[in-house]
Ligand binder design. Structure first.
Ligand SMILES: *Cc1c(COP(=O)(O)O)cnc(C)c1O
Length: 408
């Protein structure tokens, strides 16, 4: 028998698309929470309070707003469970994550024959995949044309595609869904807690899903926020779905949403961790305390700084997402993106490559909203480029950054 030494994991500079740098206050709540079961009164109270704060963060009056234990895909599985075999779905794909969303939906909408034909990558004819090239956004025109032509029951889009760093047209999606009487579903994994939007402004969208560790900044594996409109719940009640654990109506019960009403304390659905509840609750308190609008403004301000300074180093930025830049290396470094990322990661400067073709570099600023944090990210990235033979004057680049901040 081999017993390994205690696992030590170092502190890294988290400068990728996510997980973001968890606030020490969130970790403190995690560690300072006592051992308590999932029906203890303060755990249940924490879940009810978190639910109320989540409605604030999402900007919604949707009763069915709560957290699904797990990661982004757990929340997405819950909203995608509305889709049943044979349903007609249009899904827009413009990068790694929307591509996986398309796979999840093809699995849900498959018949037994579709699944048996290719169980890991089924291709049901009733799911229409609209491919938009990597590096481009899904536009209102593309959405309108697809929904007008196919008239599906459901349409699915990623709000912000984290694979290519592109913001997709949520207004256009909402308008087209309403016009063609289509029920919209949105992957808001990377936009919640970063962008300033109220989901109630988009009545064409009936369900939304996010994740714990990006804009919400509660990595100690907690909850994927989801929100369902009354219409989604009515359709679900009528048709049902093939999951117990991620069933939106059943999962909502533990959060104190029972028989379409808020109640003072939830009932058992599955075990919840008091540590996770306390950490998630604190992350929401921090976000709402900072202010959603202020945070969105700060992301835009610091993203613009980062974008400007990597352009000054000769990089070509192809993204338009506020918490992340996606870029190609210049000239003779082009094609060596993976090597550069590997070198940085070996030194605990954790930036990312793209996870699907083409290979690009992704640098994220989740919870790195200060002059000092951005300056450190820029300095380390500049060093990595210079080490690989890039030709620019680091001093001039850093001065350019300082001037951006001096100008306010
Ligand atoms: C990160 C991400 C996911 C997956 O989330 P996990 O937490 O890894 O399960 C899905 N969609 C988008 C847009 C993402 O950015």
């Amino acid at each position: 028998m081999k017993i390994f030494p205690a696992l030590e994991i170092p502190e890294t500079l988290a400068a990728g698309p996510g997980p973001g740098k968890t606030d020490p206050r969130v970790l403190e709540r995690f560690c300072k929470t006592g051992v308590a079961d999932h029906m203890q009164k303060d755990v249940l109270r924490g879940m009810v309070e978190a639910k109320l704060m989540l409605r604030e963060l999402w900007g919604t009056k949707n009763l069915y707003t709560f957290g699904v234990g797990g990661t982004g895909w757990s929340g997405l599985d819950s909203i995608q469970s509305l889709v049943l075999p044979g349903d007609k779905v249009v899904v827009f794909v413009n990068g790694t994550f929307s591509s996986i969303d398309s796979l999840c939906l093809r699995m849900k909408a498959s018949s037994l024959e579709d699944l048996a034909a290719d169980s890991l990558n089924p291709q049901p004819a009733n799911v229409i995949v609209i491919n938009v090239p990597h590096g481009q956004s899904v536009t209102g025109d593309i959405i309108e044309r697809a929904l007008a032509e196919h008239k599906p029951m459901w349409a699915f889009m990623t709000h912000w595609e984290t694979g290519s760093g592109r913001v997709n047209d949520i207004e256009g999606f909402n308008v087209a869904c309403q016009k063609h009487a289509v029920m919209g579903l949105i992957d808001a994994v990377s936009s919640l807690g970063v962008g300033d939007f109220d989901i109630d402004d988009y009545p064409g969208v009936v369900a939304w899903a996010s994740c714990p560790q990006k804009g919400v900044l509660s990595l100690p594996l907690t909850y994927a926020p989801v929100s369902f409109s009354d219409k989604a719940i009515a359709v679900l009640k009528q048709r049902g779905c093939y999951t117990f654990v991620h069933h939106p109506i059943l999962e909502a019960r533990h959060w104190g949403i029972i028989n379409d009403e808020d109640v003072a304390a939830g009932t058992y659905h599955r075990t919840h961790s008091g540590y996770a509840v306390a950490a998630f609750h604190e992350a929401l308190r921090i976000l709402l305390g900072y202010g959603r609008a202020q945070k969105a403004k700060d992301y835009l301000y610091h993203e613009a700084a980062l974008k400007q300074v990597v352009a000054a180093m000769g990089c070509d930025v192809t993204s338009d997402m506020p918490s992340l830049i996606v870029l190609n290396l210049p000239g003779k470094l082009a094609g060596r993106e993976k090597d550069l990322v590997a070198g940085c990661r070996a030194e605990n400067f954790c930036i990312w490559p793209t996870l699907s073709e083409p290979v690009q570099i992704r640098i994220g600023i989740l919870n790195q909203l200060s002059v000092e944090a951005i300056t450190e990210i820029v300095g380390r990235f500049a060093d990595a480029m210079l080490k690989m033979g890039a030709e620019f004057d680091k001093h001039a680049v850093m001065n350019g950054l300082a001037e951006y901040y001096k100008a306010g």
